[in-house]
Design a protein around this ligand. Structure first.
Ligand SMILES: Nc1nc2c(ncn2[C@@H]2O[C@H](COP(=O)(O)OP(=O)(O)OP(=O)(O)O)[C@@H](O)[C@H]2O)c(=O)[nH]1
Ligand SMILES: [Mg+2]
Length: 691
């Protein structure tokens, strides 16, 4: 039997790196009885950070699914990585959940990255709760954190409980809906007991209750009217209004606790099952991808694979969510990308650290399946082949590239197998052979990302590699238009070669890419050869004339030419097209472009001056700064070439207290004095063949 879609809660735990998600995940599993021991991140004993590199680094690298029951509901909880390097997993988790819990650290307040996740969750139409964690830490401040949450996420962020006690003396919470207080003794499962509201907190609790009521009454006009006229609003009405406000994304309740002491996690569980919508409810409210699919049983099964992991024991495992119908074990479904049948053997449901087998998973539910032939994250499995509106969210481009070289000769095959397998798990990894230098390039979102990839290659596949400084992905473009004539003619006895074309090239706006315009009149070049000219142009554009980098934002107009009835061939026209492009580019003020990134650097107040000074010396332009909790967030645009080895430098400047993320922003022309250096380097690398 499967769980009814109305009784399921699919919930992602998201938030900034280190905000306490994995510890919260652990406490929720423990409190719900799915595990019998409260593991810790420090000891490397949590369920969701089970990989050895996660334990060694004390951070989550992959999304991790656990299922458990609470209040007779089935909760599928996904712990996600906060580190932006692993954003692919975080976004994939958000994609398949109706609800998210934003975990925010009570010392730091809202941090870099959480705001962008909030935005993504809003776009996906996900209901959101907030959990202010680490109340027990020194300098933890629930109310300051609440203010920072409102400042970042808007006025509908509202506390549904407030803590009793501060820092290490925190001992419980006051529920603002029921106006009841609870105290926690020890970290055991039955550590919660009701107490009277402490007298010294009575006024404060009343004040925050009013704020909550203001917010709740806005859910309906009727409620608002009665509330303003001072009428009594019943407890059940408040609970219902809160629930529908959360479901509709109009209210964002803030809860709080201490994960490592299992303090108030029972209340977070209550909030998850009571306030967050089920797949059925979310479908009624509408919105989101997959809305065209109804979470009902009596239709053909449609499931979406959102995560693939390479389990060292079980092989490849796919995590999927059922959007419609029922998925059975020992059945066949069609992979709608590959249009091939996959046999699903056992269905797996992760229960704490174990995986249990399930006979079937109903609409809205999430589970795992091992040993599919070719299915991976992003694929739709369905009873019959079709085109379903389900896909992974768009991901940032991997901008941090390194050249890698196997430590031992002859390991090339091993290395590429390892990379292929790892990319199944993480679509933000890019690897390719640089056509210019023959180097094997591996690119990720950040330096940490690439380091993790290299460690995984070694630990899982025994493939050891050296990393060399990344090459900057320069590009080239043109600044004026020019005409050129490409003519390829060869007469070597017998049949010759003849191709002849006139083109004009002109600059396109940034992002314009490439346009090819066929303006041939009267068949002076037969239409069968025109694609060959275009192909020749495209090939020439792979290596611009400045320093051998790809050329972009160019329109090429083919307007004249001639042919020979016997000697003309596709090959000859392709070569003529290439020749014409190179020649035209020489005359069109070609320039070198470099990638500019937006760096978001988060540092303690006292390091701000030094960090900005350093960014300036890297040709950076500060865009602004903002206090974020106890840190200051600096935004700056900096050429990527200047940020290649930023991590160790930032560490040195801030004494290890700073962190940063970079995002690709755009391409800009390289200043002339630097461009000549890049050109000289490219020539000495043999990347440019001068005519
Ligand atoms: N004192 C205290 N420490 C906590 C609490 N929650 C987590 N920590 C500690 O804070 C650190 C980070 O916690 P994690 O649970 O790994 O945070 P995370 O959000 O999963 O981190 P990433 O997965 O890297 O984004 C660990 O050392 C935890 O032991 C808490 O409530 N109180
Ligand atoms: Mg974690």
């Amino acid at each position: 039997m499967h769980e009814g879609a109305g009784r399921i809660r699919n919930v992602a735990l998201v938030g900034h790196r280190g905000s306490g998600k994995t510890s919260t995940n652990e406490a929720l599993l423990y409190q719900a009885g799915a595990i019998n021991r409260l593991g810790s991140v420090v000891d490397g004993t949590t369920v969701s950070d089970s990989a050895s590199d996660e334990q060694a680094r004390g951070m989550s690298i992959a999304a991790s699914l656990s299922s458990f029951r609470w209040q007779d509901r089935k909760v599928n909880l996904i712990d996600t990585p906060g580190e932006t390097s692993f954003l692919a997993d975080t976004l994939a988790a958000l994609r398949v959940c109706e609800g998210a819990v934003f975990v925010v650290n009570a010392v730091m307040g809202v941090e870099v990255g959480s705001e962008r996740l909030w935005q993504r969750a809003a776009e996906l139409g996900i209901a959101r709760l907030l959990f202010v964690s680490m109340l027990d830490r020194e300098r933890a401040d629930f109310f300051r954190t609440l203010d920072s949450l409102k400042a970042s996420f808007g006025p509908h962020v509202v506390a549904t409980e407030i803590p009793i006690g501060v820092e290490h003396d925190v001992r419980g919470v006051i529920d603002l809906v029921d106006m009841k207080a609870f105290e926690y003794d020890g970290a055991g499962r039955d550590n919660c007991r009701e107490i009277a509201i402490p007298a010294e907190l009575a006024d404060r609790a009343q004040k925050y209750r009013e704020k909550l009521m203001d917010e709740v009454s806005e859910v309906s006009d009727e409620l608002m009217e009665r509330y303003l006229e001072g009428e009594e609003i019943s407890h059940a009405e408040v609970v219902d209004a809160l629930k529908s406000g959360v479901t509709e994304g109009r209210i964002f309740p803030v809860t709080c606790g201490v994960a490592t002491r299992n303090l108030a996690t029972n209340r977070l569980l209550d909030a998850i099952v009571e306030d967050l919508p089920s797949p059925e409810k979310a479908a009624e409210v509408g919105g989101g991808e997959g809305a065209a699919l109804a979470p009902v049983e009596d239709r053909d099964a449609v499931a979406f694979v959102f995560k693939t992991l390479a389990d060292p024991y079980a092989g490849r495992i796919n995590l999927f969510r059922v959007y419609q119908g029922v998925v059975h074990s020992d059945s066949h479904l069609v992979n709608c990308r590959a249009h091939s049948k996959e046999r699903l053997g056992h269905l797996l449901v992760p229960q704490g650290a174990e995986r249990e087998q399930a006979d079937e998973l109903g609409p809205g539910d999430i589970g795992a399946v091992a040993k599919l032939k070719e299915t991976h994250a992003g694929d739709v499995l369905s009873a019959s082949d079709g085109d379903f509106p389900l896909s992974l969210p768009e991901l940032p481009a991997p901008v941090m590239a390194f050249a890698i070289e196997p430590k031992s000769k002859g390991d090339e095959e091993k290395v590429s197998t390892a990379l292929r397998r790892l990319r199944e798990e993480d679509p933000t990894i890019d690897f390719h052979r640089d056509p210019q230098t023959g180097e094997q390039i591996v690119a990720g979102l950040t330096q940490v990302h690439v380091e993790v990839i290299v460690e995984r290659m070694r630990d899982r596949f025994g493939a050891e590699v050296d990393l060399r400084p990344p090459r900057v992905p320069y590009q080239e473009t043109i600044r004026s238009s020019a005409k050129a004539h490409g003519r390829y003619k060869k007469q070597t006895g017998g049949r010759g070669q003849f191709g002849d074309c006139h083109i004009e090239i002109e600059p396109l706006a940034e992002g314009g890419g490439f346009e090819f315009v066929n303006a041939i009149k009267g068949g002076v070049i037969p239409s069968g050869f025109i694609p060959a000219v275009e192909k020749g142009v495209r090939e020439a554009m792979e290596h611009g004339v400045v320093a051998g980098y790809p050329v972009k934002d160019v329109r090429v107009r083919l307007y004249d030419g001639s042919y020979h009835t016997v000697d003309s061939s596709e090959m000859a026209f392709k070569i003529a097209g290439s020749m014409a492009f190179k020649q035209a580019m020489e005359g069109s003020r070609p320039v070198l472009l470099e990638p500019i990134v937006t760096a978001i650097v988060s540092v303690p107040e006292d390091a701000v001056g030094d960090v900005i000074g350093d960014l300036n010396s890297r040709r950076g332009h500060p865009l602004g700064m903002e206090p974020k909790g106890s840190m200051t967030e600096i935004r700056a645009e900096v050429p990527m070439a200047e940020m290649l080895s930023y991590a160790p430098d930032l560490r040195a400047i801030t004494g290890g207290r700073g962190e940063y993320a970079i995002e690709f922003a755009r391409y800009e022309q390289v200043p002339a004095h630097l461009a000549s250096k890049v050109v000289a380097q490219a020539r000495s690398d043999g990347q440019v063949v001068t005519a």
